[in-house]
Design a protein around this ligand. Structure first.
Ligand SMILES: *[C@@H]1O[C@H](CO)[C@@H](O)[C@H](O)[C@H]1NC(C)=O
Ligand SMILES: *[C@@H]1O[C@H](CO)[C@@H](O)[C@H](O)[C@H]1NC(C)=O
Length: 323
């Protein structure tokens, strides 16, 4: 049953049925020709094609017009709308690789990006990211991440980069793991962060969910509460992301989206990254989790927090309202 379920498509952006890359390339070329730009045509077309189809359009555009589609789009569009459209034009693994590179090589380190990507991607995706990073930059991602971070935060990132979690549930270890986490935190003066890092970084999601239940019975606390109390800074953010992803990856992204828009100002980069990267993966599940956790739908929150072509594109990626 699990195998069947995982094959059901849970994205909102789908491949177009009667796809013609030449026709699409011509439409986009026309939308950017002459004075002014037809933004609406661009955003309607690109959100109605899968990422793989966008790559075909890009190749055909090059053949037909001798120009790079993404460069042309960058020349015509601007601001966060441009950033979102360029994100949609980028193949998923390349998008993660570029996001990580910018997070490391920019001024300071954008820890949020490291946490989000490395806590949420599947082991196979992490392996593909490492390989693509080496190919693109001739650098080792683990070395670059290590060079830019420190302490237990670094240790857990490196464990996640091994993409080598145990598989399945180790029945015999559930109680031990819960005990070890309790002893490392609530039952101790100070905190033994290493135990959190080793257990949370190295056990399967199914196993961890059992450990969290056992931990609750033992301590009377949710794992997240104890992490909030016992750790701080970027290590805390990473541990929380790992725990939330073990419970539910769509649930984690629902929260990430909510907090990117909540309060004064919007974290556009996070909003763009999550909407672009999950639209063909699990946006329907993210929407359902969002509606369950918060007093509004993802659609209505995007509508209230953004504007213009940026908003129009995000709403098309969201794919509908959940009353
Ligand atoms: C695809 O579109 C091009 C340009 O509009 C057209 O010439 C061609 O016949 C179309 N191909 C198919 C298979 O419909
Ligand atoms: C994680 O688990 C793997 C395989 O089960 C094991 O080889 C490795 O030593 C463990 N790593 C840590 C840091 O516990």
């Amino acid at each position: 049953v699990r195998k069947y379920l995982s094959r059901i498509f849970r994205g909102t952006v789908k491949a177009s049925g009667n796809f013609n890359a030449s026709a699409d390339a011509e439409v986009l070329h026309k939308a950017m020709k002459g004075l002014g730009t037809d933004e609406d045509t661009i955003l309607q077309l690109l959100t109605a094609r899968s990422n793989a189809q966008r790559q075909q359009i890009k190749a055909t555009y090059k053949t037909l017009f001798g120009k790079d589609l993404v460069s042309d789009l960058k020349g015509e569009l601007g601001g966060k709308f441009e950033t979102l459209i360029v994100a949609l034009m980028t193949p998923p693994i390349t998008y993660d690789v570029t996001s990580l590179r910018n997070a490391i090589k920019g001024a300071g380190t954008d820890e949020k990006v490291l946490v989000e990507i490395l806590a949420s991607r599947t082991p196979q995706q992490v392996k593909d990211i490492i390989a693509a990073y080496r190919q693109e930059y001739d650098d080792d991602l683990e070395e670059d991440v290590s060079g830019d971070t420190s302490g237990h935060f670094k240790r857990l990132l490196v464990i996640l980069l091994q993409a080598n979690r145990q598989r399945g549930i180790q029945e015999g270890d559930i109680e031990n793991d819960a005990q070890a986490l309790f002893k490392a935190g609530e039952h101790k003066f100070g905190t033994d962060e290493q135990s959190f890092v080793t257990i949370l970084g190295n056990r399967s999601a199914e196993h961890l969910r059992k450990v969290f239940d056992a931990y609750m019975k033992l301590s009377g606390y949710e794992m997240e509460e104890s992490i909030q109390r016992e750790t701080s800074g970027s290590l805390r953010d990473l541990l929380l992301a790992v725990v939330k992803c073990a419970r539910s990856v769509p649930g984690y992204f629902a929260e990430t989206l909510y907090y990117s828009m909540k309060g004064a100002g919007t974290d556009d980069n996070t909003l763009i990254r999550v909407m672009a990267s999950r639209s063909e993966v699990d946006m329907l599940d993210i929407r359902a989790e969002f509606r369950k956790k918060f007093a509004c739908s993802l659609y209505s929150m995007i509508k209230g927090d953004t504007g213009g072509d940026f908003r129009k594109t995000l709403l098309l990626l969201c794919g509908g309202d959940d009353a």
